[in-house]
Write a protein that binds this ligand. Structure first.
Ligand SMILES: *Cc1c(COP(=O)(O)O)cnc(C)c1O
Length: 448
């Protein structure tokens, strides 16, 4: 990454106009991006479509901070939507990647790193006996569903409204995250036949499961419709209903895995599913996903069984090195301390908003912090949608960004305080939120 138009490599005709070649601004970079990247972003959740304004173009990050092309520093609550746990550019991770890169980046043969990462996951997650590594959370969920269908010989998949499991066709119904932020019921380009066997049920209610259902997939702690905790008995009820119907239970722990603690949401719920999906934290900021399960279930996978699944870069040495570096750096005490900081932060944020006269809920589960501008606690997607309808999130987002705090530019995302967010940093966020909230209340949204 260089500066726009700087240096002889960029001389001559390209996509940037003469003005953009000299202007080092977010506007110029985004204009340039829009010419060659649809919507200017490589993932729609990064666009500012639902909040308004121009995205900041990041040049670097360190710990809890990111800097944009204009040299502005933000306290970053996005942390790559939960892929980053130790903070940006943590030396342990950078060194692990650097050292792995010097030995070669990919081989198409087994490596030590993938074995070590798989061992680590199986050691920490109760009931997970094997994992296969892939390159994204989407691939993990897609593959877990294929395994469930192959294992049971059934086609139907039950998912919950507002839960997001990546963008594979069969799971793009009733999705949270960017699908919800853009107000899409699902996605164009997905044939009706691809979702014909997908049943979408309301979160926090145990649905009827019959003998045509291959699997039930769930975010144990929902973190893509804001943060919504599972109601008491919900997860246990799913386990029971699946057992009675002979269906498999899948925990999508792409966000919660190694973020709530090493045991993830599995440890929190005390329930073990038949299959797991992992991603985000386990890649240490590089592209990784994994799906795991009981040995007997994963036995259907090729080469031993008839369910095909593959990947040229699966178990990539750089990604496994980065992931392992993270998982080996954090221990139980770190997770406990993080959850305590997150709880203190959530309390402070809730007080600051209400002191300024804004009605808000700040749910917190372990280190996951949500924000709904709602008078009621939110327990499902319908309530989350209602709370978002007042447009308050967009105003708050803009007022925070202006004051140097980067929240996700969508109302259904969690905040991700991580190991680098000290109490001091989080207190600064609360103070800025108080100022932003007062400005919104008094109708003045521009600071100073
Ligand atoms: C992010 C996410 C995914 C998709 O992972 P990608 O790496 O973006 O493909 C799946 N499930 C959950 C719960 C997620 O939060």
């Amino acid at each position: 990454m260089g500066e726009p138009g700087a240096g002889p490599d960029n001389a001559g005709p390209d996509n940037a106009g003469p003005d953009e070649q000299t202007a080092d601004s977010n506007e110029a970079w985004f204009a340039r991006a829009r010419k060659v990247i649809p919507g200017g972003v490589d993932s729609p959740v990064r666009s500012f479509k639902s909040v308004g304004g121009t995205p900041y173009t990041v040049v670097r990050g360190e710990g809890p901070y990111v800097w944009d092309v204009e040299g502005r520093r933000y306290i970053d609550m996005v942390q790559s939507y939960g892929a980053v746990l130790l903070g940006h550019a943590h030396p342990v991770v950078s060194e692990a990647i650097d050292s792995a890169a010097r030995k070669g980046t990919t081989f198409g043969a087994p490596t030590e790193g993938e074995v070590r990462l798989a061992e680590k996951i199986c050691r920490e997650v109760t009931g997970c006996e094997q994992v296969r590594l892939v390159s994204s959370g989407t691939e993990a969920a897609m593959s877990a569903i294929r395994v469930a269908r192959g294992y049971t010989g059934r086609d139907r998949v039950v998912k919950f409204d507002g839960c997001y499991h990546g963008h594979c066709d069969a799971l793009l119904a009733g999705g949270g995250s960017g699908v919800a932020a853009l107000g899409l019921p699902g996605s164009a380009g997905v044939p009706a036949s691809a979702v014909a066997d997908t049943i979408v049920a309301p979160y926090n209610v145990v649905p009827e499961i019959d003998d045509q259902v291959a699997c039930v997939i769930v975010e144990v702690v929902a973190a893509n419709m804001g943060v919504v905790a599972p109601a008491g008995g919900f997860i246990e009820g799913l386990r029971r209903a699946c057992d009675e119907a002979g269906a498999l239970l899948i925990f999508d722990e792409v966000i919660t895995g190694f973020r709530l603690g090493a045991g993830g949401a599995t440890a929190l719920s005390g329930v073990s599913p038949d299959l797991w999906c992992f991603g985000k934290v386990i890649g240490g900021g590089l592209p990784v996903g994994a799906f795991g399960g009981r040995r007997e279930v994963l036995g259907v996978l090729a080469p031993d069984g008839p369910v095909y699944q593959a990947g040229t870069l699966s178990g990539n040495p750089l990604a496994t090195a980065a992931g392992l570096a993270v998982l080996e750096t954090v221990g139980p005490a770190d997770y406990e301390a993080l959850a305590a900081r997150a709880a203190r932060f959530a309390g402070g944020l809730g007080e600051a908003l209400s002191a300024a006269g804004l009605t808000a809920q700040v749910p917190v589960v372990g280190p996951l912090v949500g924000l709904f501008f709602s008078p009621h606690a939110v327990t499902d997607h319908a309530m989350a949608r209602t709370s978002v309808a007042n447009g308050m999130y967009a105003r708050f987002f803009g007022a925070m960004l202006e004051r140097g705090v980067a929240l996700a530019p969508g109302p259904y995302e969690a905040m991700f305080p991580g190991m680098a967010h000290s109490d001091d940093v989080l207190d600064a966020v609360v103070e800025i939120a108080a100022d932003a909230a007062r400005a919104i209340s008094s109708g003045v949204t521009v600071s100073r």
